[in-house]
Ligand binder design. Structure first.
Ligand code: HEC
Length: 124
């Protein structure tokens, strides 16, 4: 009796597991789709620590992300080159020294990561 019960239970579990499978196969890459913007956001608030000085819509230590986006779009700046220390500051050159320190970190980022940061900032 006990054995039959366990056997039934195991079968039931097995069947229910099997039924779930096709569902996850429908969206195999769902967990992995990360747009450049997502990557940029993750770095901005994570290992880049950019959030410490840049907020979305207000100046803290550095200009807001909105202001950076506005200036770069208006002046057709190259954000990736700036973060590689290959381009001069366009937003607030008088405060450049405070930002320059961070370029030592952003210079170590991959092209993909820098493009992500650019996409994230340009989304504002
Ligand atoms: C210690 C504070 C601080 C941190 C951390 C910081 N920034 Fe800045 N950032 C500034 C200041 C101050 C300015 C204004 C000076 C300037 O325009 O270069 C600035 C300016 C900028 C600009 C505009 C540059 C220009 O052309 O004038 C960009 C783009 C930028 N930061 C991106 C970033 C990114 C991306 C990170 C994270 C990897 C980051 N910042 C981290 C302080 C900081």
């Amino acid at each position: 009796m006990k054995t039959t019960f366990i056997l039934l239970l195991t079968t039931a579990l097995f069947v229910s597991c099997k039924k779930e499978e096709p569902k996850s196969e429908l969206y195999p890459e769902a967990a992995e789709t990360q747009t450049p913007m997502d990557l940029g956001k993750e770095i901005f608030n994570g290992k880049g620590n950019c959030f410490a000085c840049h907020r979305e819509d207000q100046k803290v230590i550095g200009p807001s992300i909105q202001e950076i986006a506005k200036t770069y779009k208006a002046k057709k700046g190259n954000l990736v080159q700036f973060l590689k220390e290959n381009a001069d500051p366009l937003v607030d050159p008088s405060q450049y020294d405070a930002m320059k320190v961070n370029l030592q970190l952003t210079k170590t980022f991959s092209e993909e990561e820098l493009k992500g940061l650019e996409a994230y900032i340009y989304s504002f």
